[in-house]
Design a protein around this ligand. Structure first.
Ligand code: DOR
Ligand code: ZN
Length: 360
């Protein structure tokens, strides 16, 4: 008989969290692993469109959503779908999505900056028609804010912000809502703070990942070895950047929320020359964030960051269900472990570590 002593250590109860940036991958082998892992924890989860071929029609989004739901294993799973932005995305497909509640947004990948971004864009000018259509129907733009061709990989995000693309898009499409995805630098945090100070009802939001929030580039290494499971785009940054992200996430600012960028790859795809960027953090993401907010005495702001702000930003109903957070105990330890997809393994973030919290 297992004595559930964790029940004595309840920290709080929050509205069920959502994940506003998630890569499920495609095909049953992947989805039977990724979909239940995601929806056992999250109410809404935004499915990124960087599949091969990318998601660019309502029909494709609908069939991908159907496959995710088939494997989700939870009655309340709400996959939110996105389109991949380039000239092949017809404005008609955007208009078709206007009244489809699960069609959330359109994703902008700069060309060549990350996994399956070869079809991305060098600049926004060629997709003005698409941006107009989005502005028309109130569909937000999700931006991977990195410039690929800069001297060091650490400056990709600052180069993108400094390129002025976001500012230009905002000037040309003033009603368009923009979410800066997985922000990773102090500079981007400052940019967001500025925009929010200047405009009360700012049209700009940001998602933050658990890895950028709690890790630095040092976590890419283990002693003198390298740890491919911690390689992602944007690359992990420095401690000052992490501190700015923490301050922003725990500030309670309403347009900042959780987006894990959970991005699994098989070990074969990762542990090689040219290994893929992407961190498989679905097991430990919330654990890391809860720990951060707890350690800093901001547990009362956790619910805003993981459960409420994203719903408000995207105009989605706040979930009815609640989750209790307990301190885990040593009688039922849960360790972060590898998962198998087909015959291959995926190595998660913080493999081997014990989860500190239990969500019920
Ligand atoms: O690290 C990343 N992996 N960043 C992205 O932007 C894409 C993602 C993926 O799809 O693997
Ligand atoms: Zn992503």
């Amino acid at each position: 008989l297992v004595i559930k002593t964790y029940k004595m250590n309840k920290l709080c109860e929050i509205i069920k969290p959502s994940d506003w940036h998630h890569h499920f991958r495609d095909g049953p082998e992947w989805l039977k692993v990724t979909a239940p892992l995601c929806f056992s924890q999250f109410e809404y989860a935004v499915a990124m469109p960087n599949l091969i071929p990318p998601v660019q029609t309502l029909e494709h989004a609908n069939s991908y959503r159907g496959s995710i739901l088939t494997h989700a294993g939870s009655g309340s799973a709400k996959p939110m779908m996105t389109y991949y932005l380039n000239m092949d995305l017809s404005p008609d497909e955007i208009y078709k999505a206007a009244d489809v509640d699960y069609m959330l947004a359109v994703k902008y990948y700069p060309q060549g900056v990350t996994t399956n971004s070869a079809g991305g864009l060098a600049t926004y000018e060629p997709v003005r028609d698409q941006l107009h259509a989005m502005e028309d129907i109130g569909m937000p733009l999700l931006v991977h804010g990195e410039q690929p061709d800069v001297p060091t990989v650490f400056n990709r995000e600052s180069a993108f912000i400094e390129s002025g693309q976001i500012r230009k898009i905002q000037e040309e499409f003033p009603s368009l809502k923009i979410t800066l995805e997985h922000i990773s630098t102090s500079q981007t945090c400052a940019y967001l703070w500025d925009v929010c100070r200047i405009t009360k009802a700012a049209k700009l939001a940001a998602t933050i990942t658990p890895h950028h929030l709690t890790c630095t580039v040092n976590d890419l290494f283990t002693g003198c070895g390298i740890r491919p499971s911690m390689y992602c785009c944007p690359i992990l940054k420095h401690s000052e950047d992490m501190a700015s992200l923490q301050e922003l996430a725990m500030s309670g600012l309403a347009n900042v929320f959780y987006g894990s960028d959970n991005a699994p790859h098989t070990d074969a795809a990762k542990f090689r020359d040219g290994g893929k960027p992407g961190i498989f953090n679905v097991q430990c993401g919330l654990d890391c964030v809860i720990d951060l907010f707890t350690a800093n005495g901001w547990l009362d702001r956790l619910e805003g960051f993981v459960s409420i702000h994203g719903c408000d930003w995207y105009g989605k109903q706040i979930p009815n269900s609640k989750v209790s957070i307990f301190l885990a105990n040593d009688e039922e330890p849960e360790y972060i472990d590898k998962y198998k997809v087909g015959n291959e393994f995926i190595t998660p973030m913080h493999i081997g570590k014990k989860l500190k919290y239990k969500l019920v």
